[in-house]
Design a protein. Structure first.
Length: 167
């Protein structure tokens, strides 16, 4: 059975970096970065672009889950701002197609101070950092999924923790 590892968490917590570490550590793995599914300028979060983004993510996830050379797919995504509904619709479509996979959702968190430092090191401007802290920092507290506190952890250590959960 295929595995879909979904890494969620606040902006700048380390989802992408952790996913890249998983790709380095595992074989027969594919990575779908939701950020690349929505790169456009300008980026209007309208119904049209939401549908386009959802189709992009669905197509990549579907294709990798159907690929015989892939056993594990890692997917990074943020659920805040109405994005959880997009994710739920994509997953429902994949289940409806009777694709045989198990889904593991992992929430990454870290201290607020660490999160700000990571956002700064990502070259995010102050307005974006403040917006992220306000809108995403505590957003994931309401979900009951495995949660890894990544404060003072290197990305490869976080990847190891995820692998312990999965394997």
């Amino acid at each position: 059975m295929k595995r879909l590892i979904v890494i969620v968490g606040p902006n700048a917590v380390g989802k992408t970096t952790t996913a890249m570490c998983l790709v380095e550590k595992l074989s027969k793995i594919a990575y779908v970065d939701s950020d690349w599914c929505r790169v456009m300028n300008p980026f209007p979060f309208t119904e049209i672009t939401k549908r386009t983004i959802a189709e992009n993510m669905y197509a990549l996830l579907h294709n990798y889950l159907m690929c015989e050379d892939v056993d594990t797919v890692v997917f990074t995504y943020s659920w805040h701002g109405g994005r959880k509904e997009i994710y739920d619709n994509i997953i429902a479509r994949l289940w409806k197609e009777e694709i045989d996979f198990e889904e593991l959702i992992v929430v990454l968190k870290c201290s607020k101070e660490e999160n700000v430092l990571r956002a700064i090191s990502d070259n995010r401007d102050n307005e974006r950092i403040e917006r992220g802290m306000e809108n995403t920092f505590n957003f994931y507290d309401k979900y009951i999924y495995p949660c890894i506190d990544t404060t003072d952890m290197r990305p490869d250590e976080v990847a190891e923790k995820i692998m312990e959960l999965v394997f």
